[in-house]
Design a protein around this ligand. Structure first.
Ligand code: MG
Length: 276
């Protein structure tokens, strides 16, 4: 049985608990730790305004303001499921044919780290690559939704790095260690709400050099198709994340490399590679 019906944007905002005190246009939410306490807040410039309540339900801004520089950014949700789409840009496919449906795999939630955390290469990781991606943040429980119902399931978007060990990806039975090793899922820095997920720029830089640069309007399977398709098999829940695929080509990373994934309107996800 379907657990969601199509909603207008106004209905979605009302259902999400967004209040009239939030500014018009895209809103950026961050999840952070300060003095051992985990909180959500609205990012405004270099300051965070803490919110109370459930990010995906009723919440309201408080009068507590914190400097962004004072907090440790966490993955922007406490995701139960992290799902990823592979081979979703023609520029990444190369000579391979376009598939009839989105190719899915799972990443463990324990692979997630926030912006500023290190990507820690296991001792025997010899061919570690970045994959800059736009990541969907699910905002409500969705099961077997149609493509027209799917946009109402999306709370917002963030940036992600689907860190991949290519030798293991090619050799192993499943992508367990290639894609889900600890720290192989940087996400953040914020959830941007109010953007069109099917038309934002994704750019990846390594040590400042642009390596990937393409808009999500080039996705082979757009976000409504992805969400509808995934929801056919698993019930999506608030906070779940869906990596939507990486454009163009990737190259190996070295210890000390600084990888930045910038999604237009979201901000810059920045992580440094180090060897264990
Ligand atoms: Mg990927």
């Amino acid at each position: 049985m379907r657990t969601i019906l199509c909603a207008t944007a106004a209905m979605l905002i009302a259902a999400s608990g967004a209040t009239a005190q939030e500014p018009a246009g895209p809103v950026k939410f961050v999840r952070y730790q300060l003095d051992g306490r985990t909180s959500y807040g609205v990012l405004e410039g270099e300051r965070i305004r803490e919110i109370e309540g459930d990010l995906f339900g009723a919440h309201r801004p408080t009068d507590r303001w914190i400097d962004l520089a004072a907090v440790t950014l966490l993955p922007p949700t406490d995701a139960k499921k992290v799902i990823a789409v592979g081979l979703n840009y023609r520029s990444h496919l190369g000579e391979r044919p376009v598939a009839a449906y989105p190719g899915l795999f799972a990443k463990y939630p324990t692979s997630l780290v926030g912006s500023g955390a290190d990507i820690v290469a296991p001792k025997d990781a010899a061919n570690l690559h970045y994959e800059g991606e736009m990541v969907l943040v699910i905002g409500r429980t969705c099961s077997d939704v149609t493509e027209s119902e799917a946009p109402a399931c999306i709370f917002g978007i963030t940036a992600g790095n689907d860190v991949s060990e290519r030798d293991w990806q090619a050799a192993d039975l499943q992508w367990f260690r290639a894609k889900s090793s600890d720290t192989f899922g940087p996400v953040g820095p914020a959830i941007a709400r109010g953007l069109d997920p099917d038309n934002v720029l994704v750019e990846t830089r390594v040590n400042g050099e642009v390596r990937q640069h393409e808009r999500t309007s080039d996705l082979i399977f757009g976000t409504a198709t992805i969400v509808s398709y995934v929801s056919r098999y698993v019930t999506l829940e608030p906070g779940d994340l869906i990596f939507t695929g990486t454009p163009q080509q990737t190259r190996a990373l070295q210890s000390g490399d600084v990888v930045e994934v910038e999604v237009e309107g979201v901000g810059v996800l920045r992580n440094t590679v180090r060897r264990r």
